[in-house]
Design a protein around this ligand. Structure first.
Ligand code: MN
Length: 252
């Protein structure tokens, strides 16, 4: 089995090291990852500047680009003649739950793998104690990979996995929940008298939604496994919009 490993925290982050090390005994591990942190890069791809790549080991490269750039370069260049059987991304330093998946570079690397029709899994460590025990999360990642080898995922399947702190008590198959942050825009003044802004805010909590990734990870202490779909079509709304009238234009 050939596995491509990437992430958004950078090629030398402890999370990706732990993930690669856990998979080495069961797979031929290739790594193409950003040369620095790219958290919250989402699914951006660099089309208007050169990408510099340097080798950091056997079958391992660091790219001065986004997680998506890494997967794209891996698939179309380094692994062009030896495409991976599985893409794994992470292990992210921090949860990727609920709406986080739309901002996450960790999840985007797995999305890009899925677009190449390769089963892909994003792993995140949802540590509330900030102890960051990546080997513990990597041990679970290895077991999940073992299980999808035994029962292969469909082509282009995409799983988003969040591992809580502490010994793994079990897992739950979940849907995306709802999470809120402070929505802070902090205005400050730089030494030259110009205003600048820091956006973001601390996590405020999550809605109590049964079966959600937030509930599983934070309330139940379970590993959350959410299958994601890259078809963003809102099928229910598509049906509801049938009969939409726009004056002077015919709808089909
Ligand atoms: Mn990250």
């Amino acid at each position: 089995m050939r596995v491509l490993v990437s992430n958004d925290d950078g090629h030398d982050s402890p999370g990706i090291r732990a993930l690669a090390a856990a998979l080495e005994p069961i797979a031929e591990v290739w790594m193409v990852a950003p040369d620095r942190e790219q958290s919250a890069a989402s699914h951006a791809i660099s089309l208007h500047r050169p990408l510099r790549v340097h080798a950091v080991g056997e079958r391992r490269w660091a790219v001065d680009g986004t997680p998506t750039d890494c997967i794209y370069v891996a698939m179309n260049h380094f692994m062009k003649d030896a495409r991976p059987d599985l893409v794994v991304s992470g292990i992210n330093k921090g949860a990727n739950l609920a709406d986080d998946v739309t901002y996450s570079g960790t999840v985007a690397a797995a999305m890009e793998g899925a677009l190449f029709k390769v089963p892909s899994i994003a792993f995140s460590l949802a540590s509330r104690t900030r102890t960051w025990d990546f080997p513990h999360a990597a041990a679970f990642a290895r077991k999940l990979v073992d299980s999808v080898v035994a029962r292969p995922l469909p082509k282009g399947a995409l799983l988003n996995v969040n591992v809580p702190d502490g010994p793994v008590k079990g897992f739950a198959l979940t849907k995306l929940g709802k999470r809120s942050y402070g929505q802070v825009v902090d205005e400050r003044v730089d030494p030259r008298g110009r205003r600048y802004y820091w956006i973001g805010g601390d996590e405020q909590g999550h809605e109590n939604l049964a079966g959600s990734d937030c509930n599983a990870t934070y309330d139940l202490g379970l590993v959350s496994i959410t299958p994601l779909n890259l078809d963003l079509t809102h099928h229910k709304l598509l049906d509801e919009l049938r009969g939409l009238r726009i004056e002077g234009h015919e709808g089909r």
